[in-house]
Design a protein around this ligand. Structure first.
Ligand code: G3P
Length: 222
């Protein structure tokens, strides 16, 4: 599986509930397959497995719990993700922060099942620290910019380049994504120019009137 360049996090937006989650996922797949730009989608847990079963592109969970199969109630485990063709998971998103020990356990459990992990961090320092768990990727997202219209690449380009340098110094194999306010093709190009391997985004696509059109613009300068 080629590493995604654009990861679309559906979050808990109403635009990604029920059938709309399937329509949105199929629109993302259409743009990815027509353009050849690798992407991944992160639907809500409720429709995650069903969407992973019908899509060709990688489907990631928005979070996962560090539990083995067994007596646990109300959790989503790495084993469950593995059983439903899910390709990977976000970990420690700023809207779903977890203790550092759990992050390490999740990366260990997921890599044993060949599930990709993308750990989220709020600063370059945190990204560098968490890269020590050797996930597949680290995504840096300053919380204050999430959901806004100013891209992290213009508001704080230093956090992107700083995170790239810091993470690659820990493990050159770890991919680096940036996110928060990424809305246009210029924002995506800027992230790549700053050394990132791709972007993690949500509202610009999920809340768009025409998600397909927005996605085409986002990758138009790659
Ligand atoms: O997971 C990506 C997300 O936190 C970024 O949100 O709406 O600024 O693209 P948004």
């Amino acid at each position: 599986m080629k590493a995604p360049v654009v990861v679309i996090n559906f979050k808990a937006y109403q635009e990604a509930e029920g059938d709309r989650a399937f329509r949105l996922a199929k629109a993302c797949q259409k743009v990815s397959s027509e353009s050849g730009v690798p992407m991944a989608v992160c639907p809500p847990h409720l429709w995650l497995g069903a969407i992973a079963r019908i899509l060709e592109m990688p489907v990631y969970a928005q979070s996962v719990d560090p539990l083995p199969p067994g007596p646990g109630t109300g959790f989503v485990t790495p084993s469950m993700l593995h059983s439903t063709d899910v390709a990977g998971t976000l970990v420690n998103h700023s809207e779903h922060r977890i203790p550092k020990d759990d992050i390490g356990k999740i990366v260990e459990m997921c890599s044993a099942l060949k599930l990709h992990t993308c750990i989220c961090a709020e600063t370059a320092e945190e990204a560098s620290d968490l890269a020590g768990f050797h996930p597949n990727a680290v995504a840096v997202e300053p919380p204050a910019l999430i959901g806004g219209n100013v891209s992290v690449t213009s508001a704080d380009p230093g956090i992107v380049s700083g995170t790239v340098d810091a993470v690659k110094a820990v493990d050159p194999k770890v991919l680096v994504y940036c996110g928060a306010g990424v809305k246009t093709g210029d924002d995506v190009k800027a992230s790549m120019d700053l050394g990132a391997n791709g972007v993690l985004l949500a509202s610009g696509v999920v809340k768009a009137k025409d998600p397909e059109q927005v996605l085409r613009d986002l990758i138009s300068k790659i």
